[in-house]
Design a protein around this ligand. Structure first.
Ligand SMILES: [Zn+2]
Length: 351
């Protein structure tokens, strides 16, 4: 019998989690070729008090591991003792890709193009189906954590779709990434499927594949905690909101290599660039010809290649268009400084 004012337990994958309890559960996905069961490991914290059901996920692309550390730190927060509602944390969605240091699943499919998936489809389709049904559709809101692809770096940025509700836009501001970008939803992506099913999602992009970087991790941890605060999942004022609004961009463009060659970059992620500004030089190995690479429109560099060896057509820089560069620069600087002194990170970089 439930006592008065007590919450219902949370049931997931045949496990019952009472109010105020936590559980780590492996959701069964069937058997791998070496006769080892494949599972989707999740951690559920079911707060004592009622509130929203919220998920945070990482490594949908198996080599995008930065979000795993973000989720680990979020789960370690003492604030979880006071959680209102239910948190479902899925640090490694694409387990086989993670083990193989690969973006893809063993069937060479991209999980983030395989939604909504199906029970009888490919491995990617089955994993998409299970993740969607068991986790995403149980929640009102979620955040999926990504990085740039291999040999590329992204400046911390939050993405939401251009038809996002005011509620989702407010959550994007609460996250406190230096830049927010509106983008259209890709068919088959988790965000597109979630939206069609009434689940609102943010996507965090920061850092590079197979690497950790402290700045991207800190922004991600504060972001997830701050969104949960905004959703009412912690007592009032437990997490201080970002002091500055992000630089907002409604479109971005790629600067591609006109020729193959050796690249020398003189600008990096987080830098602001003017229209026509020289941002890199491409030359042949002998230095006989050189091409200056310029920015075609003013904005902030939100992604770049890490490889100095490029082929013609390679994407060198990803630039988010923005006006008022001086103001944007002030915002980015303020957020960078704030991360060094944020109260969440006072002790041992663990909250
Ligand atoms: Zn990704």
């Amino acid at each position: 019998m439930l006592q008065k004012n007590q919450r219902e337990p949370f049931e997931i994958a045949d496990t019952v989690i009472g109010p105020g309890q936590r559980a780590t559960i492996g959701i069964s996905l069937g058997m791998l070729s070496n006769h080892v069961p494949m599972e989707l490991p999740i951690r559920v914290i079911h707060g004592k008090r009622p509130g929203p059901t919220f998920f945070v996920s990482a490594a949908v692309h198996g080599d995008e591991i930065l979000g795993i550390e973000i989720i680990r730190r979020v789960l370690q927060s003492p604030l979880m003792e006071k959680l209102r509602g239910t948190l479902i944390a899925v640090p490694i969605v694409n387990g086989p890709g993670f083990i193989a240091h690969s973006r893809y699943l063993p069937d060479r499919r991209d999980l983030n193009r395989s939604f909504p998936g199906s029970e009888r489809g490919s491995m990617a389709a089955r994993l998409a189906d299970t993740f969607l049904r068991e986790i995403v559709l149980r929640c009102e809101t979620g955040i999926d954590l990504h990085t740039a692809a291999l040999h590329r770096t992204n400046f911390p940025q939050l993405r939401f779709d251009n038809s996002a509700t005011e509620r989702l836009r407010a959550l994007a501001d609460a996250f406190g990434a230096p830049v927010t970008i509106e983008s259209s939803l890709r068919t088959g992506s988790l965000r597109e499927t979630a939206k069609r099913n009434g689940v609102e999602m943010l996507l965090y992009e920061a850092g590079e594949a197979l690497r950790f970087d402290e700045f991207s991790i800190r922004i991600g941890v504060r972001g997830v905690m701050s969104v949960m605060q905004q959703l009412g999942m912690f007592p009032a004022k437990s997490v201080s909101p970002p002091r500055r609004k992000p630089v907002r961009s409604k479109s971005s463009y790629w600067v591609r290599a006109p020729e193959g060659g050796i690249l020398r970059m003189n600008r990096t992620t987080g830098d602001l660039v003017e229209t026509g500004e020289a941002i890199a030089v491409l030359s042949d190995p002998f230095g006989e010809y050189e091409v200056t690479i310029t920015a075609e429109a003013a904005g902030v560099i939100i992604g770049r290649t890490n490889l100095p060896t490029v082929n013609m057509g390679d994407a060198l820089f990803h630039i988010a268009r923005t006006g008022r560069l001086a103001q944007a620069g002030g915002k980015i600087e303020a957020i960078t400084d704030e991360m060094d002194s944020h109260p969440l990170f006072d002790e041992d970089e663990v909250i």
